[in-house]
Design a protein around this ligand. Structure first.
Ligand code: HEM
Length: 207
């Protein structure tokens, strides 16, 4: 793919990823722009966007394996991951400021006693080393193999994010289900598409 097209697509994706944040800022600047419960609105938007971006990012590897013509999608994975971390951080900071009012004792109590908060913090902590090692320098320093191994943590983080979502919705609410199906399918897709790719290579070399 031409580098000018990649730059254009990157700009479009960057703008799309910034839209939820931009809408939140705009809402905060207009009277009742964030609805009757601004705190819940901010948590919903940022939490949902984090999961959405993580899920899309996880989908890139299986899609590349199944459709080699779409291999260029890999160029956008790092950006999606960094935006996911950005929204997870805004989501966590919104909790620190709006739910816990910067009360360290309350935060520690929440982490110890409210399992959905514990799971959310775990998800964020798993994303942290991935964001810190997203630079070309870190990839060189760690070496491709180590880096790839470390970045598999994104699957664990996505699972923690989904569990965190289930643990905070009321009984009978099924909103986390689509994400659960998507993340489980993508987890299973990894070995299946790897097998498919190996099979294609074997068939090609046999001919
Ligand atoms: C990868 C990390 C995370 C993901 C993907 C995530 C995702 C979500 C999602 C989807 C929601 C549901 C929003 C709704 O429907 O109202 C939510 C709610 C929430 N999350 Fe997270 N979250 C993450 C990390 C965290 C962290 C680190 C904290 C706090 C330390 C946190 C605190 C909360 C709170 C307080 C709510 C609102 C619960 C309520 O309205 O009762 N989350 N999160």
């Amino acid at each position: 793919m031409k580098s000018s097209v990649v730059i254009l697509l990157k700009t479009i994706i960057r703008i799309a990823c910034l839209c939820p944040f931009g809408l939140l800022v705009l809402g905060a600047l207009t009277p009742s722009g964030l609805g009757p419960d601004p705190t819940a609105h901010i948590e919903l938007t940022t939490g949902y966007t984090t999961l959405m971006l993580l899920t899309i990012g996880l989908g890139i590897t299986p899609v590349r394996r199944l459709i080699p013509q779409l291999s260029w999608m890999i160029k956008f994975r790092r950006m999606l991951g960094l935006f996911a971390f950005f929204y997870a951080t805004v989501h966590m900071l919104a909790y620190v400021a709006l739910y816990a009012n910067f009360d360290v004792q309350q935060m520690l109590d929440d982490i110890a006693k409210r399992r959905f908060i514990t799971m959310g913090v775990l998800a964020w902590l798993l994303l942290l080393p991935l964001a810190l090692t997203s630079t070309n320098w870190a990839i060189r320093k760690l070496g491709g193999k180590q880096w790839n191994r470390l970045h598999k943590l994104v699957y664990v983080a996505a699972c923690c994010g989904v569990i965190h979502y289930w643990w905070q919705v009321k009984t009978g609410v099924w909103l986390p289900l689509p994400f659960t199906i998507a993340v489980v399918a993508l987890l299973l897709a990894r070995p299946v598409t790897a097998w498919w790719q190996r099979r294609k290579v074997r068939t090609a070399t046999a001919v």
